[in-house]
Design a protein around this ligand. Structure first.
Ligand code: TXA
Ligand code: MG
Length: 347
């Protein structure tokens, strides 16, 4: 299949991009899949009411079909079309964080969405993105849009259109290139089923921010205890992984360099994922910075792009520094641990 491509300038008045976005929206109405930018990562959208359309997402990504999708909406009224019994604290979260990088899991009305969206669960994940292009394509389609990240299953999520094309060119009907995405990591997924919110996947909106609005918030135990089954089916898979096997190393730069030297003596090509502050202290086949340690949102912004860029360096092993487990650092460490298949060395 030929993948249609449109380039839009998200900073300009959207009316200049109107015809491109409406062509893409028409493909969605025809039950085709289209990739578009959101403020977190690029999404791969399809009509959430059509099983035919939703199956095309799973096929293009090679995604396990027991992993449900997030439904994206552009206005609050759309929520009532397919959800019910929303808890008061969930309403508060919506008021404070929508549109934006927060996904809420709420009870699903039966018979409104394709059962392939929810993978048979009686709950559904919903979010209202704040990216103007995402908003506009959803609005113009007039549909609830199911959209996972627009990468091949297991790869890092795409933060640029070129990442989407590397993974999915020829497998999807179209892509809107709206430039690099803002947050760089996927939305925070919060279960709003029980009496209090539970974070199922950490993201750009932190636990502290949620608590200011909704009172005490728990983290799903499976996020910190490997033996527990996660509530979010998607969290059980290895994910976000670069080609070279990745190990997170919690230690001083000298110790990480020593480890890298040992691998090099064995004839292996070693890559090191670091930050601006320490980039010059390392010596390895490939050393890359993914932002500044003193501003963790810059690390979130560049992490996936940097992980993907190591794939061109034909490495045998990749070592990543670790990050503090607080604020957006929680989301960064969650994605790095997934990418590493939980391999972490404490030096
Ligand atoms: O930022 C984002 O959330 C991006 C952009 C495109 O919106 N989307 C995204 O979707 O990251 P995806 O499919 O890559 O991740 C969705 C996560 C998965 O971990 C999935 O298991 C979980 O949400 N999820 C979806 N429906 C759920 C449900 N009913 N209950 C629990 N977890 C659910
Ligand atoms: Mg994903």
């Amino acid at each position: 299949m030929k993948t249609m491509q449109w380039t839009v300038d998200a900073k300009k008045d959207l009316s200049t991009n109107y015809s491109q976005i409406s062509q893409a929206a028409q493909l969605l109405q025809k039950n085709e899949v289209v990739a578009f930018p959101t403020e977190t990562v690029y999404g791969l959208g399809a009509n959430a009411m059509s099983t035919e359309a939703v199956m095309k997402i799973y096929e293009a990504k090679g995604r396990p079909s027991d992993n449900p999708l997030i439904v994206h909406i552009s206005k609050i009224e759309d929520l009532e079309r397919f959800t019910e019994n929303i808890q008061p604290y969930a309403e508060e979260l919506i008021k404070s964080f929508w549109p934006g990088p927060l996904t809420i899991v709420v009870p699903c009305k039966q018979g409104k969405l394709s059962t392939k969206v929810t993978a048979g669960l009686d709950t559904v994940a919903v979010r209202m993105p704040s990216h103007p292009v995402a908003m506009e394509i959803i609005k113009q389609s007039g549909l609830p849009i199911a959209a996972p990240s627009a990468n091949l299953s297991g790869k890092p999520s795409p933060t640029k259109a070129v990442h989407v094309l590397n993974d999915l060119d020829g497998k999807i009907a179209g892509i809107i290139d709206g430039g690099p995405t803002g947050v760089g990591l996927e939305s925070t997924v919060v279960s709003c089923i029980g009496e209090a919110p539970v974070i199922l996947r950490p993201g750009g909106i932190t636990k502290e921010e949620l608590e200011r609005v909704a009172g005490p918030v728990r983290m799903d135990e499976a996020l910190t205890d490997e033996r527990k089954a996660p509530i979010s089916p998607g969290m059980k898979y290895r994910h976000y992984a670069p080609v070279a096997p990745l190990t997170i190393v919690d230690g001083r730069p000298e110790q990480i360099q020593e480890l890298a030297d040992r691998y090099r003596q064995e004839g292996l090509r070693v890559g090191i994922l670091t930050t601006k502050e320490r980039e010059s202290v390392y010596n390895a086949s490939s050393v890359k910075s993914c932002g500044s340690r003193s501003k963790l949102d810059t690390v979130a912004y560049s992490l996936y792009d940097t992980l993907r860029s190591f794939d061109d360096d034909e490495l045998d092993i990749l070592l990543a520094e670790s990050f503090p487990d607080e604020g957006v650092g929680k989301a960064i460490m969650n994605r790095l641990l997934k990418a590493a298949g939980n391999k972490m060395l404490q030096l």
